[in-house]
Design a binder for this molecule. Sequence first.
Ligand code: NOJ
Length: 511
Amino acid sequence: MAAAWLKDAVFYEIYPQSFYDTNGDGIGDINGIIEKLDYVKGLGCNALWINPCFDSPFKDAGYDVRDYKKVAPRYGTNEDLYRLFEEAHKKGIRVLLDLVPGHTSEEHPWFRESQKVEKNEYTDRYIWTDFCFQGAQGLPYIGGESERSGTYILNFFKCQPALNYGFLNPTEPWQKSFRDPAAIATREAIKDVMRFWLSHGCDGFRVDMAPSLVKNDDEKKSGTSAIWRDVRRMLNCEFPDAAMVSEWSNPKLSLRAGYDCDFCLNEPGSGYSTLMRDYGNGEDHSYFKKDAGGNINRFLDQYLDWYEDTKDLGYISLLTCNHDTIRPRYNLDEAELKIAYAFLFTMPGVPFLYYGDEIGMRYLDVPTKEGGYYRTGSRTPMQWTAGKNAGFSEGKAEDLYLPVDASEDAPNVADEEKDPASLLNTVKEILALRHSQKDLQADAPLEVICTEPGCPFVYRRGTITLALNPTGAEVSLPLKDVTGEVLYKIGEGSAADGKLVLGAQSFVAFR
Ligand code: NOJ
């Protein structure tokens, strides 16, 4: 069962290079995160997920780790990170690091050793074929880069060789079983990395590409799941409060493999993708886009199936966005975002807010950086003020990690703090509501009351009924048992005489 602190957790995802720069070099740093902890707390977030902040050549923004146990100098030192854990804990904020277990950088010393002809401790730390011209049974591979005669398997980009966790059913001499000592040694090495950071005060991990460990795994991911269950047993014994959140988007498997939470990802065809980003084929039918004719059932069909199957095992996480996804502000305006966030933050499970989404930061058209490609547009510096470099850095504009949003009306924290009706203040209010009501937290039940084809959605969490209408027209529903005191509302809404009336673009919480 998931760590108890997750029940009331709301995460804030920080892309460290773009959050807050305290030394003027144009790149965000750990001290910058420490300085902004009160801001995070003021939002109503009580947990952080920090994207990889470890030593790396940054060909994939740090998802190509060169040293798992060392903070990248551009972000500061290990001591800074330990201090972040301490300062965050003093304020009641937990900190998850990003664990990248499936691959390292091609510059990692393990890989350098593994490329050598002479056998050594790391010869089988990665997956190698037996011959320099040998294919890899459909898996992506590279040849011609090493003195060792063999090709090696990739897990993602060319710079990211796959670590060897073995194969479910080996069919070639070069394939090892996932129970082979070499595969077990990789698993132990990753546990060692986890122990290192947990014993220095971190509270757990967001796990990158969690289902990718065992190659030629079956549909149920039996091999990979066995490894995660083993990791979970270690955590239960040694760090029972630690949380594991998977990038998997298959809670039926991930939560059974020992994860506490699993993300819904914006994959084509996923239910989650229809909520805010259903514009892939030219027409926009996103549910939260006003009058786009969206239908909440396209989300619910998948979500409820997952939810019913896993509600006693752990949590499904709904995200505003992440560093791989186009910001929701790309196609939703402020009014639309308010209703979308009210929904995301009052559903079961543990929600995640991506830095800058709380002020409606835009997706920018910028050139690729560090392997970001289209994702780079969602990774630009946080906009704190209307001043120099949007208050992100005192450095020169040309030194910034990425350019800041230069538009006249670029949103920023300082201005939104002053405006009671801003998106930022709305986010604060919704999160305050969530924290004030046990029935709105991760494990309180969910009951769907009404999903009219016309668009409104009415749902119940324990004693609280929530009703939302993302369209531009008032709707009236004959719902007798929706009554009670209005705890919170966006727009207009009321329930009386057996009728629920929801104004255009409204959200109401009744008790
Ligand atoms: C998923 C991460 O979120 C993404 O940013 C990264 O490029 C790949 N995994 C590879 O690690």
